[in-house]
Design a protein around this ligand. Structure first.
Ligand code: NAD
Ligand code: TYD
Length: 362
């Protein structure tokens, strides 16, 4: 039985992972440690609340004393570090929190693990992103040996944390693993990110703000496949190694948004009464609005995930076409989850982020 500390486990991927692990490994103790920033939401973990082998702790990974206490109290032998400030646009508006959590917080966790783990059998898995590798041209893909070239404060802070993780293996022999994954989507994703933002705006008949000309490309992976990849690396990955995780599903932003419009039209209706109500006439594609581009916007990401496929036998199982439809279904069925979010702090963020963009694009 492992005693797993899941930092950032109230966020999008962390909460999906906690629920996934409960089902995949009922014997493990799961301790979710999360600061509950704007992105953390205990509703995501409701299905675990009655489970005696699960505990939620509100805490900040930069608080070394608290983290150390939890390691001792719970006898933590495994860490999966999801805790992060995770949104590129917010890192452009205010980079400080990204350095604090992503760099200092990861350092605190590594140091707590180094001090607590005096015997073997431990694992520290750091969840990172493909964005550390920078931007690609028309061809090629990121491998585990692609040089780091981060372009946003977010990706720079994640790159710094990856380097610390690497250093703790080489210097102290801490049994670390790093995964660098492409863009995730699926249930419980906070609506500041492309896919949930577009689904929710489409459902609400609001403009769909596409940055620049919409030809930027991302590789997309359903969150359930990411959870399975992390579980696989945690069980069978070699300490000190890096594993790239991707969906082999490159898409242009504009194609994704058009696909979402079609999926929402199919589910929520595009008949005349609805069209008149929201004044988009016929299809939600008419809501697409090209707005001012993101500064330093990376053109293309693509992941070569041959290593994890060949070495550990993991591969993505959810096709993008199926995954996007089921994700639209989830947001249609879970209106109350996102309606509470979009009326709070998010609303102020949204007005600040998109007013300037839309004004500049006029
Ligand atoms: P998220 O923003 O939805 O969740 C982050 C969670 O971390 C929140 O619950 C938040 O409350 C918590 N948190 C923030 N600061 C904290 C602190 N100081 N102490 C404790 N908890 C804190 O992010 P996500 O999309 O679930 O991403 C999780 C991880 O996966 C991040 O490290 C991110 O870099 C990485 N990642 C994300 C993607 C993606 O597409 N979303 C892709 C690859 C990698
Ligand atoms: P995002 O979900 O923020 O992920 P990341 O920047 O980490 O890849 O954005 C995905 C892509 O969608 C990115 O190219 C920026 C673009 N985008 C828009 O065009 N409009 C939006 O409102 C948002 C949030 C993103």
């Amino acid at each position: 039985m492992r005693k797993i500390l899941i930092t950032g486990g109230a966020g999008f991927i962390g909460s999906n992972f906690a629920v996934y692990m409960r089902q995949a490994h009922p014997e493990d103790r799961l301790v979710v440690f999360d600061k509950l920033t704007y992105a953390g939401n205990l509703e995501n973990l409701r299905s675990l609340e009655a489970d005696a082998n699960y505990r939620f702790i509100k805490g900040d990974i930069t608080d070394f004393e608290h983290v150390t206490r939890v390691f001792k109290e719970e006898g933590i032998d495994t860490v999966v570090n999801f805790a992060a400030e995770s949104h590129v646009d917010r890192s452009i508006l205010g980079p400080k929190a990204f350095i604090e959590t992503n760099v200092n917080g990861t350092f605190c966790l590594l140091e707590a693990a180094r001090q607590a783990w005096t015997s073997g059998g431990n694992r520290f898995l750091h969840v990172s992103t493909d964005e550390v590798y920078g931007s690609l041209g028309e061809t090629g893909s990121f491998t585990e040996t692609t040089p780091y070239s981060p372009n946003s404060p977010y990706s720079a802070s994640k790159a710094a944390s990856d380097h610390l993780v690497r250093a703790y293996f080489h210097t102290y022999g801490l049994p670390v693993l790093t995964t660098n994954c492409s863009n995730n989507y699926g249930p419980f994703q906070f609506p500041e990110k492309l896919i949930p933002l577009m689904v929710i705006n489409a459902l609400n008949g609001k403009p769909l703000p596409v940055y620049g000309d919409g030809t930027n490309v991302r590789d997309w992976l359903h969150v359930s496949d990411h959870c399975a990849a992390i579980d696989t690396v945690l069980s069978r990955g070699r300490a000190g190694e890096v594993y790239n995780v991707g969906g082999r599903a490159e898409r242009r932003n504009i194609d994704i948004v058009e696909g979402i419009c079609a999926a929402v039209d199919a589910r929520a209706g595009s008949d005349e009464a609805i069209a008149r109500l929201y004044s988009f006439g016929g299809s939600r594609k008419k809501l697409i609005t090209f707005v001012k581009d993101r500064p330093g916007h990376d053109k293309r990401y693509a992941i070569d995930c041959t290593k994890i496929e060949k070495e550990l036998g993991w591969k993505p199982s959810v096709t993008f076409d199926h995954g996007i439809k089921s994700t639209v279904d989830w947001y249609v069925a879970n209106r109350s989850w996102w309606e509470r979010i979009v009326s709070g702090e998010y609303l102020r963020y949204y007005e600040r982020q998109y007013k300037d963009r839309c004004d500049a694009a006029k």
